[in-house]
Design a binder for this molecule. Structure first.
Ligand code: NAD
Length: 496
């Protein structure tokens, strides 16, 4: 099987360097992916540039009609898409369907383009003078996306960008490109004019070409913090608009008054769902008091032991494998480091064997207790099925701990006390906060973004911030001089 680029409405080859795409459940190579060279990326930029004038002038309601058909095609093909996600990423089919549904929400939001782009109007801003603000598209914009949500994260970006009148180049993750490509193909089948959405597979060379191209006006990035920081610095240096979402270390505070059974169930899903490969995964449980910590650990351990782990494409599982052998080795390395640093490893998922899938990249659930702030298992994003328990004496201590961490993507508090929840939501330096909700990923009509080193840029992804990101404002002031509304010469600055 070969996977090609989608440029100007057609599949085509381009580039010479190749990387393998794996089935993480078996370790087998599924295909070789050819990485786009600069010349191939330039073809996509040229196609998007050529498509822009007509797409910019297509009425938003017409653009929306394509989006409606796209949504229908996504729903009709959801099983096929979920299979592809699961095959290359390793997450379970239910999880893959869940991410696709959250992606479709963003298509639905983009269907409101005629309403979202209405602008603002003031009649009689001055004598016989009207003023309005227009939201105009930027032109050619690009998105660079991570492996962990091959359907949802690209859908955060291009449906809204395109609904706003832009043309788009997507550079998806090279580790699981097939579902992303199929979804883009469905958008074309829905009637998108050629060149409005292009997909190039690639790595740093492709990304650098997008950064350096003067035609590309804006970059949306989601991935790890070092790459986010690089793309933000290099993109903004060249005058581009950039939103670069990075890594995370998400804490859940468990208060002494929390409904512990609810907290344990929620934590299991948030820590181990998708094998911990979610930017909103909870990787630290901050327990207020030893009693809560001891009770939490006692309830987590049997649930971790009972995790159903196997190939994501099989039904009824809780967790699949990690995405690659290299990532499996990295996460296992952190588990070893945690032991060496003195944390108590209460559940050790290393060495897990799934019968019939001995070469798969599996790792069972891991639980550390008595983790301290200096340990690398606390400071670093592990991005695997590893939950750390930390112990503090008060909510204030918990808030101070979380606020001192370099990342600020998501967080959560488990409590029955409204005042604790209110103080936490107010004082925590994190962009997305859950109150008895472990994965507070905002719905499509609220924007998504972290604080601190989890996001570089001013505007969050999708929702109202997405509209702002993919448009630029133009303020127009008009007068139609006739009779008394004709202008008298005036040298003072115009004012009422
Ligand atoms: P990654 O940073 O390795 O890759 C992301 C994208 O950047 C890919 O398309 C990749 O090809 C490209 N890339 C990689 N190295 C590059 C380089 N040196 N120069 C230019 N481009 C480069 O991330 P990943 O491993 O695919 O995804 C996991 C990371 O993404 C985690 O850190 C996770 O927290 C983060 N993430 C964040 C969010 C969020 O919303 N904040 C959402 C999902 C994932």
């Amino acid at each position: 099987m070969s996977i090609e680029h989608l440029i100007n409405g057609q599949f085509q080859a381009g580039g010479t360097r190749q990387v393998a795409v794996f089935n993480p459940s078996t370790g087998a190579t599924l295909c070789q992916l050819t990485l786009a060279d600069s010349a191939t990326v330039q073809l996509a930029i040229d196609a998007a540039t050529a498509a822009f004038p007509a797409w910019r002038n297509t009425p938003p309601a017409k653009r929306t009609q394509v989006l409606f058909r796209f949504k229908q095609l996504l729903e009709r093909n959801q099983e096929r898409i979920a299979q592809l996600i699961s095959l290359e990423h390793g997450k379970t089919l239910e999880d893959a369907l869940g991410e696709l549904k959250r992606g479709i929400e963003n298509v639905e939001y983009a269907c409101a383009a005629p309403e979202l782009l209405k602008g603002e109007y003031s009649r009689n801003a001055g004598p016989a003078i009207d003023c309005w603000s227009d939201f105009q598209p930027l032109g050619v914009v690009a998105g660079i996306t991570p492996f962990n949500f091959p359907a949802m994260v690209p859908l955060w970006m291009y449906p809204l960008a395109i609904a706003c009148g832009n043309c788009f180049i997507l550079k998806p993750s090279e580790r699981d490109p097939s579902s992303t490509l199929l979804i883009a193909q469905l958008f074309n089948e829905a009637g998108l004019p050629k060149g409005v959405l292009n997909v190039v597979h690639g790595d740093k060379e492709a990304v650098d070409t997008l950064i350096q191209a003067p035609e590309v006006r804006a970059l949306s990035f989601v991935g790890s913090t070092p790459v986010a920081e690089y793309i933000y610095a290099e993109g903004t240096k060249r005058g581009k608009r950039v939103q670069a979402l990075g890594g995370a270390k998400n804490h859940a505070v468990v208060m002494p008054d929390a409904d512990l059974d609810n907290a344990v169930n929620a934590l299991m899903g948030a820590a181990f769902g998708s094998c911990g490969e979610r930017c909103m995964a909870i990787s630290v449980a901050v327990c207020v008091g030893d009693q809560v910590a001891n009770a939490l650990v006692q309830r987590l351990l049997p649930q971790i032991a009972a995790l159903k782990i196997g190939p994501g494409t099989s039904a009824g599982l809780d967790m699949g494998p990690l995405v690659t052998a290299a990532h499996q080795a990295k996460v296992s390395g952190y588990v070893a480091a945690g032991v060496a640093e003195g944390a108590e490893l209460l559940a050790d998922g290393r060495g897990l064997q799934v019968p019939g899938h001995e070469q798969g990249f599996f790792l069972g659930g891991c639980l550390f207790d008595r983790v301290t702030p200096q340990m690398s298992i606390y400071t670093d994003e592990i991005f695997g099925p590893v939950l750390c328990v930390m112990r503090v004496d008060s909510l204030e201590q918990g808030i101070a701990l979380i606020n001192a961490h370099e990342y600020g993507n998501g967080t959560c508090i488990f409590t029955r006390d409204g005042e604790s929840a209110r103080v936490f939501a107010d004082q925590i330096e994190v962009g997305m906060v859950g109150i008895n909700v472990a994965l507070p990923v905002p719905v499509a009509y609220h924007s998504f973004g972290g604080w601190k080193r989890s996001l570089f840029g001013d505007l969050h992804a999708y929702g109202p911030d997405g509209v702002r990101f993919y448009t630029r404002r133009k303020a127009i002031t008009q007068r139609w001089p006739k009779g008394s509304s004709r202008e008298a010469t005036q040298f003072a600055f115009p004012s009422l």
